[in-house]
Design a protein around this ligand. Structure first.
Ligand code: ADP
Ligand code: MG
Length: 248
């Protein structure tokens, strides 16, 4: 068990965004979280990655209680996350975005200047960019990348921190169905090759059903179902949740 989420609740004022949500992810699994818009998916990822402290419940990562730890500490333990909203530095180069992330994992990360040209940091960053088809774009400003290229860059930034568990919040948002299929296949390949565990939020149901070992369904902050893609597809509560509201 690489991740255990136990009865996590999160409130924003009067709104209960998460109500006693719990699940566990096995090492090497691809585990997807689905649910209509506003169901609490991003909030759940923000709690797991340390951005939000939960009001109740615990989060354990590789056996360590990480509840309430700040995101940098959680990241150093081997958990990396991308955001639903793009989170890269637009004014520096594509390569430098990945370098910053890669060097954050080195022991001497305080001495940025001396590390900047370190071949291992450069090697990690360049290899990642090649994998995601961004090798030729390494010297471009990140702001000049296309939308799809920026999503790939975000994944490179997350992977540059050398995580064991990768959290992707709608990595294919804004992509065409064809781009979505390509992106998902590439992510799956990298995750399998590196033996990573993937926790995914994805709105394209065919992608979710094709890629996931296990799926959890959120609805109004509650987990209403969890199981294999086959079980989820035919679950009456899930069908009802999707027909009953939300457009996600
Ligand atoms: P999802 O990712 O499933 O679409 P979210 O987790 O983003 O849903 O949001 C769940 C609910 O919590 C929504 O009603 C949303 O408006 C609310 N919410 C999310 N983040 C905040 C926040 N920082 N402050 C106040 N309300 C929030
Ligand atoms: Mg969201």
């Amino acid at each position: 068990m690489i991740l255990e989420v136990d009865a996590v609740s999160k409130r924003f004022g009067a709104l209960t965004a998460l109500n006693r949500v719990g699940f566990a992810v096995d090492e090497g699994q691809i585990f997807s979280v689905i649910g209509p818009n506003g169901a609490g998916k991003s909030t759940l990822f923000n709690v797991v990655s340390g951005l939000f402290a939960p009001d109740a419940g615990r989060v354990r990562f590789r056996g360590v209680d990480i509840t309430g730890l700040p995101p940098e500490r959680v990241n150093r333990l081997g958990l990396a996350k991308t955001f639903q909203i793009t989170n890269i530095f637009p004014e520096i180069s594509v390569l430098d975005n990945v370098r910053v992330a890669a060097q954050s994992r080195t022991p001497e990360s305080g001495r940025l200047a001396s590390l900047w040209r370190r071949p291992d940091v450069d090697g990690v960053a360049c290899a990642l960019l090649e994998t995601f088809g961004l090798g030729a774009r390494r010297d471009a400003h990140a702001r000049d990348l296309s939308h799809g290229e920026q999503r790939y860059l975000e994944i490179c930034v997350a992977l540059a921190t050398d995580p064991r568990l990768l959290l992707l919040d709608e990595p294919t948002a804004g992509m065409t169905p064809g781009e979505t299929r390509d992106a998902t296949a590439l992510v799956r390949k990298v995750v399998l090759e590196r033996g990573l565990t993937l926790l995914l939020i994805e709105h394209d149901m065919s992608v979710v059903m094709g890629i996931s070992d296990r799926v959890a369904v959120l609805h109004f902050g509650e987990k209403i179902a969890e199981g294999t893609p086959e079980a989820i597809r035919s679950d009456p509560r899930v069908i009802e949740a999707y027909l009953g509201g939300g457009d996600d």
